[in-house]
Design a protein around this ligand. Structure first.
Ligand code: NAD
Length: 487
């Protein structure tokens, strides 16, 4: 794995429609998070371009019979696509590294292999998940059939672009749908190239389309398109709400919303503190906290708070910021100047509200949009640092005396995506998995494994429905109840 020169790469200003790149005028200037240099521009598809992509996807479904193939043929095509992505991992990772916050090493060790694995995982559902024969009276025959929706509209964020695209594309395609995907306007290029490889893999041209553009114009047009039968979205809670409002205005259709989080990590005095400190520091440092499930609210029992916080401070002190195209870089920049300013503004408001800065608390000196790993103590439940998703490397510390207080502090008024729990007491662990309000609970670990069978999705404002797991495949097909009278 090697460092590379970002100046040598080309970033196409194009959409991918009907199985080919369609050039488009550059509209939004993009800057490299690592050094702030302008490097490319993203087109913005208007409603006409979105309509062309959706029409091409419908036509491709009709012409290829993708949804009605022998299911194993879809499995095989998706496996071939995964093989091509694997073979092209290095060029894909380079495109992604320049535009995004993902260091080249992390992409080649994590994002790319995980993306490939997720496509292979969902490929296998195509010929294994079916409907149900159901119990009815002997004079009738009842079953629940399932069928693809048709064209799914998918919208993804910038924080793990390739993996997020795979979460949307793989189950929907395995289930027999076409997908029109709008990646984040900040990180569209590797996703575009990944989609292009699908045609070579034998996925019918047009069944995957990628339209580039922003949320208010391109995303909104995709969601509202009458021939988009289902919407699958990952992004902020604010954008998720805007999508719900859009659907309420333009026509009800099913949707999956994977939204923001503000996840707690609850540490009891009997926990393995070394493990907890490493895991919590890792959660702050990974992608500089720009992960929906980032466990950035530490809730710790009073008797071990000092020792644990010292352990975390020690672990976050050795960061190595650097450009994402340097193979030695482990610490990510924030995606944009705007987002960097937002992180800093929330930290400042928290300090004004009484928080004490134990580490960091400001952008790092030097080029690019880097923020220092930050730890804030003395935060009340109404602190901005507790209430708002910061999406940066900022950990808050809250202290509890007993289990009931831990549950109260862990609970968030508006988010419920994930929660971490550290204890050696098995009964307490199992009890708390019931009491914590989150769609995913990790015990004595934090963060996703490569067990793609575990679905992910939030409670409360963190979302509706699930990605990954059997649930994501099932949500990509609609069910039809059939009752036959036996006369
Ligand atoms: P964002 O909401 O700003 O944008 C996400 C995507 O939605 C982008 O493609 C954007 O162009 C589009 N969009 C924005 N407004 C839209 C609208 N009105 N209609 C249609 N599309 C619209 O989010 P982001 O800043 O790219 O990503 C960070 C957010 O994503 C965080 O809140 C994070 O928690 C969340 N996220 C959640 C998960 C999860 O699984 N729950 C995973 C990753 C990221």
């Amino acid at each position: 794995m090697t460092s590379f020169d970002p100046a040598g790469l080309a970033f196409p200003a194009a959409h991918f429609i009907g199985g080919r790149m369609v050039g488009a005028p550059a509209a939004l200037e993009l800057r490299r998070p690592s050094d702030g240099e302008a490097f490319a521009a993203c087109p913005v598809a208007d409603a006409d371009v979105v309509d062309r992509a959706v029409s091409a996807a419908r036509a491709a479904l009709a012409a290829s019979g993708w949804g009605g193939l022998r299911p194993r043929e879809r499995t095989q095509a998706l496996h071939r696509w995964a093989d091509l992505i694997e073979a092209q991992a290095e060029p894909l990772a380079r495109l992604e590294a320049v535009a995004s916050t993902r260091p080249i090493s992390a992409l080649l060790e994590g994002d790319l292999p995980v993306t490939v694995e997720q496509i292979r995982f969902f490929a296998e559902f195509a010929d294994k998940e079916g409907g149900d024969l159901v119990p009815t009276a002997d004079d009738s025959f009842g079953f629940v059939a399932t069928e693809p929706y048709g064209v799914v509209g998918a919208i993804t964020p910038w924080n793990f672009p390739l993996s997020m695209a795979a979460w949307k594309l793989a189950p929907a395609l395995a289930a027999g749908n076409a997908v029109v995907l709008k990646p984040s306007e900040m990180t569209p290029f590797a996703t575009l190239r990944m989609a292009e490889l699908s045609v070579q893999a034998g996925i019918p041209a047009g069944v995957i389309a990628v339209v580039l553009g922003d949320g208010p114009e391109t995303g909104a047009a995709l969601v509202a398109h009458p021939d988009v039968a289902k919407v699958s979205f990952t992004g902020s809670t604010a954008a998720g709400s805007a999508i719900m409002a859009n659907l309420a205005r333009t026509g009800v259709k099913p949707m999956t919303l994977e939204l923001g989080g503000k996840s707690p990590q609850v540490v009891f005095a009997d926990a393995d503190l070394d493990l907890a400190a490493s895991s919590i520091a890792g959660s702050v440092l990974a992608n500089a906290g720009q992960a929906c499930v980032a466990g950035t609210r530490l809730v710790v029992q009073a008797s071990v708070a000092g020792a644990l916080v010292d352990g975390i401070l020690e672990r976050i002190s050795g960061i190595r910021p650097g450009p994402t195209w340097d193979a030695a870089t482990r610490y990510s920049p924030i995606v944009s100047q705007r987002q960097l300013g937002r992180v800093d503004a929330i930290v400042r408001r928290a300090v004004d509200a009484g928080a004490t800065v134990l580490a960091g608390g400001a952008p790092l000196e030097g080029p690019g949009y880097f923020y220092a790993p930050t730890v804030l103590a003395d935060v009340g439940r109404d602190s901005p640092a507790i209430l708002e998703e910061i999406f940066g490397p900022v950990l808050t510390v809250q202290i509890f005396e007993d289990e009931d207080e831990a549950v109260v502090l862990a609970d968030h008024p508006s988010y419920g995506l994930a929660a971490g729990l550290y204890t050696r007491d098995l009964s307490r662990a199992l009890r708390l998995t019931r009491r914590l309000q989150a769609g995913t609970i990790w015990v004595n670990r934090y963060g996703r494994s490569r067990d793609h069978i575990l679905p992910t999705g939030g409670f409360k404002g963190s979302g509706i429905g699930k990605d990954l797991g059997r649930e994501a495949f099932r949500a990509s097909r609609r069910s039809k109840s059939v009752l036959v009278a036996l006369r």
